[in-house]
Design a protein around this ligand. Sequence first.
Ligand code: NIG
Ligand code: FE
Length: 411
Amino acid sequence: MWLIRNIRTIWQVEYEARRSRVAGEAMRTLSALHNAWLLMVQEKIAAFGPMDTCPEVADAQVVDASGRFVLPCWCDSHTHLVFAAPREAEFVDRIHGLTYEAIAQRGGGILNSARRLRDTPEDVLLEAALERLREVQHYGTGAIEIKSGYGLSLDGELKMLRVIRALRRYTAMPIKATFLGAHALPAEYKHDREGYIRLIEAQMLPRIADEGLADYIDVFCEKNFFSPAETARILEAGARYNLKAKVHTNQFHSLGGIETCVAHGAISVDHLEVLTDAEIECLRHSHTLPVLLPSAPFFLNDHYPPARRILEAGLPVVLATDFNPGSSPSGKMPFVLSLACIKLRMTPEEAIHAATLNGASAMELSHTHGSIAVGKAANIILTKPVPSLAYLPYAFGTNWVERVWIGGQPV
Ligand code: NIG
Ligand code: FE
C-alpha cells in the first residue's frame, strides 16, 4: 500500500465519466487536481483527493511529493522491442546519403534484422528484450505493444512471439503482442510473393492462434513491401483467427492503405508521415485511431506526420515510440512527447493525452489504463520537482521522472 501526499498536481485525473479516447479540441485541456493525495492498494488506484481530505492510512508506505506531479504511465502502443542486434552501420550509411528505402532494397533494413534474429537463441533474445523493457519502465512506460516481424519464417515468428509472451512473467505491465509476419518479403521468397503470403495464411496464423501467441495482426503496407490488396488479404486471414488489425501504413507513400484498414475495422493505422486530406476524411468516418511515431522521422531525418491537420479534423492522435533497431532505436516516451511538441506542434496537453489515454485505447486498454481513476491500474509516474506541465516536453534532455509504480509496485 502506498500513499503519495502533497502532490502538487495530479494530471489526467478522471472522476466519473470515463472516456476511452480524447479527440480534436478536447485534447487541449488536461484534467488536473492540485494539492492532492493518492492511495494505491495492491495493484490498483484505490482513492485520491485534495489534501484537506487526506486520510491517515496505517501500514501505507508514505511518499511526500511536494513540488512534484503525478501522471499516469505512458501507454506505448507501437514497438518492435524484441530484436537481436542494433543496426548502427545503416545509420552511418544514411549519413553518407543512402535512404532507408535504398538500404532495404539492397537487402539491409528489416532483412538485416531477420538474418541476425535467425541466429539468436530464444533465451538471448529474451535477455536483451528484458533489458530494454526495464529501461523503458524507468522512463515511465506502463503498458506496451510489441510486434514480431523479424522472424519472417514460421520458426522465427514463433520464436519472437514466445519471447513476447515470456516477457509478461517479468513485469506487471500489460503487454500486447502483434503478429507482423508481413513486415518484409524474406530473401527466400524474393520471387514468390504468393508463396510467402500463403505461408502466413496456411502455416503461421494457425500455429500462432493455436498457441494464443498474438492479440493483433500488422502488415507493412508500403511500396516495395506489401500492397493494399495484399494487406487486405492478410488482414482477412488474421480476422479468421480473431486478430484485429494495427497496420504500418503511409510511412513513405500514400497507396490506399488507410482506406483498406478502415474498411477492415482496424484498431489503428500507424506512421502517417504521408497523409492526404481524403485519407483524413476517411479516418473521420471510422473508429480507427491514427498513431504517430515522431522518433522514426526524427531518426531517418524525414518529414513529420501532419498532427495539426489530424487534430483540426476533430480526430484523436496517439503517440508511440516505434522502438526498433532500424528507424527508432529508442523507447523513450518523454522524448516522443518533446518531438510531438517541437516537430508536430502539439501542445503539452495534447501530447500527454496522446501518450496516455489514447495510447491505452490503441491497445484496447483504456478501461484499465491511461488515466488516474479509482479502480484503474496503479501505473503512476512521479516527477521530480518541476516548474510547470510545459517544462516536461521542454526539458527534452533532462530525466524528470523520479519514480514509477507499475501495478502498485515501484520499479
Ligand atoms: O515502424 N516501417 C516498418 N517497420 C519499422 C521499422 C523496422 C526496421 O527498420 O527494422 C517502423 O519504422
Ligand atoms: Fe513500426
